[in-house]
Design a protein around this ligand. Structure first.
Ligand code: NAD
Length: 287
């Protein structure tokens, strides 16, 4: 039996509809949510991501600004820009597009920590990470939040399920652990030292692959009927992207699976829009 294919565009449209309605409600109260994205340098992939965020904001009625700083910007110039945005009440969300140029990359944590936690729409500030760990309402990283939202919209139950995450990054794996645990899954996190990986992944009712290794997860690593969420994005040729999951073989055994491209990657920007709404509400003291 072939798995149900969880198409990102369907879920993304529904998440955007929710965000659009929330923006309309804020506007009725005289508040227009605003996002400012800071991009440093001219990384072509980052420029595509930033354009996409800007376009989606416009589509939903969110005010959007992009501040483009030159490649040779100093850490202090970036910190000054963040300070200015922190103090501007018209800016509800601040996002520093990663990766930073190599000359200031080592200061990434200090730069991200300079963002007012209530405007931290990427959810990377330690204040928000701490809130997530303790289960308080907060701004959560967009990609893992999008995966959980997709499971809900798809009607896939999380409560009491065995979930296995491959990857322990701060951006995907670790927040995913806390989101799924908060929803009463029993969660195992695997990483590059996990042995033997297949033995652990075969226990998963919900398997999340976020490792950045092309087609690494094969059918023999998946429990029949499992839901497989492929977060990986790997470029294997100039115009060919694949996930961390060997889609063609795994779809024959899984119960549901996300494709790459066209899967959870599309949810990240929609969840960012939701986070701009959440940030605006948090700043107003509404939850
Ligand atoms: P990362 O490189 O920070 O972390 C990768 C993790 O995978 C590490 O914890 C590592 O221990 C683990 N890992 C690597 N090789 C492994 C192996 N052989 N066995 C078990 N574990 C292994 O990556 P990241 O930032 O978490 O991103 C992961 C993937 O998700 C990448 O392909 C990235 O492009 C993609 N991604 C997609 C989105 C999106 O869809 N919008 C967002 C973020 C990341």
């Amino acid at each position: 039996m072939t798995a149900r294919i969880l198409e990102g565009k369907d879920f993304s449209a529904r998440i955007k509809d929710e965000a659009r309605a929330a923006v309309a409600q804020l506007k009725a109260d005289g508040i227009t949510p605003g996002l400012t994205v800071i991009i440093v340098g001219d990384n072509p992939a980052s420029q595509v991501y930033v354009r996409n965020k800007h376009k989606t904001c416009e589509e939903l009625g969110i005010r959007s600004d992009v501040i483009a700083l030159p490649e040779d910007s100093t850490k202090d110039q970036l910190l000054d820009t963040i300070d200015r945005l922190n103090a501007d009440p018209a800016v509800n969300g601040i996002l520093v597009q990663l990766p930073l140029p190599s000359a200031i990359k080592s200061h990434e944590q200090e730069i991200l920590e300079r963002i007012d936690p209530l405007k931290d729409v990427d959810g990377f500030h330690p204040f928000n990470v701490g809130k997530l760990v303790t289960g308080a309402p907060t701004l959560v990283p967009c990609t893992p939040a999008g995966c959980v939202k997709m499971l809900d919209l798809a009607g896939i139950d999380i409560d009491g399920k065995r979930a296995v995450i491959i990857g322990r990054s701060n951006i995907v794996g670790k927040p995913m652990l806390h989101l799924l645990m908060a929803r009463h899954a029993t969660v195992t996190v695997c990483h590059s030292h996990t042995k033997p990986l297949g033995e652990v992944t075969r226990e998963a009712d919900i398997l999340v692959a976020a490792m950045g290794r092309a087609k690494f997860v094969t059918a023999d690593m998946v429990k029949p009927g499992a839901t497989v969420i492929d977060v990986g994005i790997n470029r294997i040729a100039p115009k060919k992207l694949v996930g961390d999951v060997d889609f063609d073989s795994v779809k024959e055994i899984a119960g549901a699976i996300t494709p790459v491209p066209g899967g959870v990657g599309l949810l990240t920007v929609s969840m960012l829009m939701q986070n701009v709404v959440t940030a605006t509400r948090l700043q107003l003291g509404r939850h």
